[in-house]
Write a protein that binds this ligand. Structure first.
Ligand code: NAD
Ligand code: ZN
Length: 253
């Protein structure tokens, strides 16, 4: 570890010690060490496929078929991923009651798997570990959806009401979940320290939360292996790998 990284980690530790209530905000970067590729790094999902927009998904059965085909062939691995040291460090901070909430853009459920209580995780973009009916809201397990999809070669519909079934994620062009947005705003406004972990901060409205925290007087810390779009408004920017950096800052292995 370089001397400057070592110094920045000490700064993060003192900021945590001094904070009465911190919020952690995570992006795809916290899960890359669990083997889930992020969006924008080389080789990331976006460099291969253009995402299917919500209106295309709703309008066309072929788009829905393509959506499920991609999900099961490319992202089947999501279900097998395990939390890493970065997730464990975040859980430690929640258990110590330093961190009130984890606002995440991730859809992998790994904060909950790492032991953060579900009511402290705010999922801005939903969750890809299960599916939901867009009409009646019924929960559908992916193993079941996959079995039906493979047997019938048709996009799944709801067993209860016949509605369209989709991953419980927010697609491009789909409305943000109002309840999660409201909870994220409340948590952000109550925080004196706001720590961004592994987000390029280019996706809005999610990236509005660090801006709101800063405007509201919180100290803004950004940890990322490379520059982000909001580095210039941050109080502290730490360029390092998340597992090592957070592990060192919290004493978690
Ligand atoms: P992003 O891909 O735009 O940015 C990730 C950032 O993390 C990059 O700047 C990258 O340099 C950094 N990074 C990656 N691995 C790192 C590591 N080990 N240590 C330090 N930094 C690291 O991701 P985003 O900002 O979250 O936005 C992308 C969107 O993609 C989000 O809306 C999210 O919903 C979705 N997404 C989620 C997952 C997931 O759930 N795991 C995966 C891919 C994309
Ligand atoms: Zn239904």
């Amino acid at each position: 570890m370089t001397d400057s990284l070592d110094h920045e980690i000490k700064t993060l530790r003192s900021l945590l010690d001094a904070s009465a209530q911190a919020v952690v905000f995570t992006g795809a970067g916290i899960s890359t060490e669990s083997g889930i590729p992020d969006f924008r790094s080389p080789g990331g999902i976006w460099t291969k496929f253009k995402p299917i927009q919500f209106d295309e998904f709703m309008a066309s059965e072929e788009a829905r078929r393509e959506y499920w085909r991609r999900h099961f062939s490319l992202r089947g691995e999501l279900g097998k991923a395990e939390p890493n040291r970065g997730h464990r460090a975040v859980t430690h901070l929640v258990r110590r009651e330093k961190v009130s909430h984890v606002i995440t853009q991730n859809i992998d459920g790994l904060h909950q798997n790492a032991g953060v209580p579900a009511d402290k995780v705010i999922e801005l973009h939903g969750n890809a570990t299960y599916a939901e009916c867009l009409d009646c809201g019924a929960h559908h397990e992916l193993d079941h959806v996959r079995a039906v999809f493979e047997a019938e070669e048709a996009p799944p519909t709801c067993d209860y009401c016949g509605g369209i079934v989709k991953l419980a994620t927010i697609s491009f062009g789909q409305a943000m979940p109002e309840d999660q947005m409201a909870r994220a705003e409340q948590a952000t406004l109550a925080a004196d320290l706001f720590i961004v972990l592994g987000s390029s901060l280019v996706v809005f409205p999610a990236a509005g939360f660090p801006m709101l925290a800063k405007r509201n007087g919180a100290t803004l810390v950004i940890v990322n292996r490379e520059a982000t779009d909001l580095d210039e408004i941050a109080d502290v920017v730490i360029n390092g790998e998340l597992g090592t950096t957070l592990g060192a800052a919290t004493g978690v292995n």
